[in-house]
Unconditional design. Structure first.
Length: 354
């Protein structure tokens, strides 16, 4: 029998029982559930990632819905346990649902929700921040300064790349990819090349209009181009940001062969999903190309990094914080709670991904 997990309870006499596998920012999401007569149980275990056994213990014998996290493996075992407990709803506090077996959820009559939209700008901001930090070698320079190594200005000290006039490449021009592109184009007057299965019409119109504005102001206009292949972006862009979904077709999308197609001083940014990049191949590429730089918010085997990555001075690594603004995380929690409420009160819905 699994060891009981520690919980915090709100509205103990509520008619519906909703479990959250993690404490989430703010209280609005809790209030929404309580106002609809839900007993809210929040797991307060100190461990970062709960095991399947831990989550089954949380679900118990009666549970109407669960709010879970992207670090959890929601497959056959968990959806079976939730269904047996009378559960009809699972909401993933994440933009994606690659950790969720949707077929298993459907099999057991559990509706699935996620939390896109609210984290678009925040994620794009971090990708832009990593791009700038990598191009100007900010993290390297910060460590140099803190180590007491600075003894005076030098012409060659931490020389990086100017973004203005260079080409930004976007792979996956959906909500986040397009928001990132707009920030880099308007903020640094970069040209755009992008690859997506669908035409990003709104993004193209934005770049065209901004280019016309610059030209009217006597400046060089920015340009855009939709690439016919991903390799075209890799070969031509100076800064490349990855924004695809994670599925079988995008696993190790960036591998040894594709890294070799990029410019020697290119910058690669990944704020999407870790397995999109072959991390072992990336470490070798960083070793062999010291002027190639990378900014990573996600990793192939989170929370771990592949051996050698942490030692690379030409790599900036941050712990999956792309959506980590107060407004965004509270918004994600609110959407996750609303997903569960919709499914509880409209039980005729057997499956959706919102």
């Amino acid at each position: 029998m699994a060891k009981p997990v520690s919980i915090e309870v709100w509205n103990p006499n509520g008619k519906y029982r909703v479990v959250s596998t993690k404490s989430m920012p703010g209280t609005r999401w809790i209030n929404l559930l309580v106002q609809q007569d839900c007993r809210v149980e929040i797991c307060t275990e100190k461990k970062t990632i709960l095991s399947v056994e831990d989550i089954i213990a949380l679900i118990g014998t009666k549970c109407d819905g669960v709010i879970g996290q992207l670090t959890e493996d929601w497959g056959e075992t968990l959806f079976s346990a939730l269904s047996k407990a009378g559960g009809k709803a699972f909401s993933n506090m994440a933009v994606g649902y690659n950790n969720v077996d949707v077929e298993a959820a459907t099999k057991y009559g559990v509706a699935v929700g996620n939390t896109p939209g609210v984290l678009t700008e925040t994620t794009a901001e971090l990708a832009a921040s990593l791009s700038l930090a990598a191009s100007r070698r900010i993290v390297e320079a910060d460590g140099f300064m803190r180590a007491g190594l600075y003894d005076g200005w030098l012409p060659h000290l931490f020389v990086g790349n100017l973004l203005k006039g260079q080409t930004v490449g976007v792979i996956g021009a959906g909500r986040i990819g397009s928001a990132y592109a707009r920030m880099m184009i308007e903020g640094f007057k970069m040209n755009l090349i992008y690859f997506d299965l669908y035409q990003a019409t709104r993004l193209e119109k934005f770049v065209t209009a901004y280019g016309q504005f610059l030209k009217a102001s006597g400046e060089e206009p920015v340009t855009w181009r939709r690439a016919s292949s991903m390799d075209e972006v890799l070969q031509q862009a100076d800064v490349i940001s990855l924004h695809p979904i994670l599925d079988k077709t995008t696993y190790h999308l960036i591998n040894k062969e594709r890294l070799s197609k990029m410019k020697k001083e290119a910058i690669l940014i990944n704020c999407s999903r870790g397995p999109v990049v072959d991390e072992e191949a990336l470490v070798e590429h960083l070793k062999q190309n010291p002027m190639f730089r990378v900014g990573l918010d996600v990793f192939e085997d989170e929370p771990y990094m592949k051996p050698g990555l942490a030692d690379m001075k030409n790599a900036i690594v941050v712990p999956h914080i792309a959506s980590a603004s107060k407004w965004t995380r509270e918004g994600m929690a609110t959407l996750a709670a609303l997903n569960v409420l919709v499914c509880i009160f409209y039980t005729h819905i057997t499956h959706f991904v919102c």
